[in-house]
Design a protein around this ligand. Structure first.
Ligand code: ADP
Ligand code: MG
Length: 245
């Protein structure tokens, strides 16, 4: 589903990603953990072309977004990135639009689908995230957990084949993380392919098929949750885990 080969990204002379390699199989859930500044967000943002890498390759379903540092054509980039949805730490909802309009805006403008079909899907997805009664509310009137569930429903409106989450619960009060994590867990059970950057170690242990520990721009260690949490091999993995758990 996703193949990343020797990915490199620098900002000026700061090397943020140094030869990152990994792949994700269809239906797999990969949790990415690691200290602040280790390159987790940059790696995710590169996948949907919010950042341009300085070297290496990204293949999505066998098609190259970038191959040896050379990007595909704009049309190709659009077609590849449209298969992925991303959910951000700070929700990024449109404040002047209702919940329902937040969900329907992109499908209406990008997909040019029939309005009745878009409405059917927005109602179905709001029900799925437990917010059927909030269709006409504005983001300012929602809790953080509700906003993040709207953001997830909005991402699903585009029928993505891959979902990327960048610390989806880090901006939430602790009592609101559960309602968001439950929605993500349900998507995992439905076999959505996902990469989840998270500080929620219990959640990573519970839902991830594989855990990647990033440190200093590289994948320091990866394995099953049992391996990474139960028997980490590297001193820096142990040290990170002892600080967050
Ligand atoms: P993480 O998500 O693991 O905290 P990031 O990917 O956000 O890490 O950042 C990795 C490094 O890249 C950090 O040192 C950060 O300061 C730097 N960085 C991120 N974005 C930019 C940017 N637009 N310009 C310069 N440096 C950046
Ligand atoms: Mg980050």
């Amino acid at each position: 589903m996703i193949e990343i080969h020797n990915l490199k990204k620098s900002f000026g002379n700061l090397d943020v990603l140094r030869k990152v390699n990994f792949s994700v199989a269809p239906g797999e859930v990969v949790a990415v953990i690691g200290p602040s500044g280790s390159g987790k967000s940059t790696m995710l943002r590169s996948l949907i072309h919010l950042e341009e890498v300085t070297g290496g390759s990204i293949r999505i379903q066998g098609e190259a977004l970038v191959e040896d540092g050379k990007y595909a054509t704009p049309a190709k980039i659009k077609s590849i990135t449209s298969r992925m949805g991303m959910v951000f730490q700070h929700f990024n909802l449109f404040p002047h639009l209702t919940v329902q309009d937040n969900l329907e805006l992109a499908p209406k403008t990008v997909k040019k689908e029939n309005a009745a079909e878009i409405r059917r899907r927005s109602e179905e997805l709001l029900a799925k995230v437990g917010l059927a009664d909030k269709a006409n509310a504005y983001p300012a009137n929602l809790s953080g957990g509700q906003k993040q569930r709207v953001a997830i429903a909005r991402a699903l409106m585009m029928k993505p084949e891959i979902l990327l989450f960048d610390e989806p619960t880090s901006a939430l009060d602790p009592e609101l993380t559960g309602e968001v994590l439950r929605v993500i867990k349900q998507l995992a059970e439905e076999n959505m392919t996902m990469i989840i950057v998270t500080h929620e170690m219990n959640f990573a242990r519970d839902v991830a098929d594989r855990v990647i520990f990033m440190d200093n721009g590289e994948i320091a260690e990866e394995g099953t949750p049992e391996q990474i949490f139960g028997n980490p091999q590297l001193e820096r993995t142990k040290s990170f885990l002892s600080r967050v758990e």
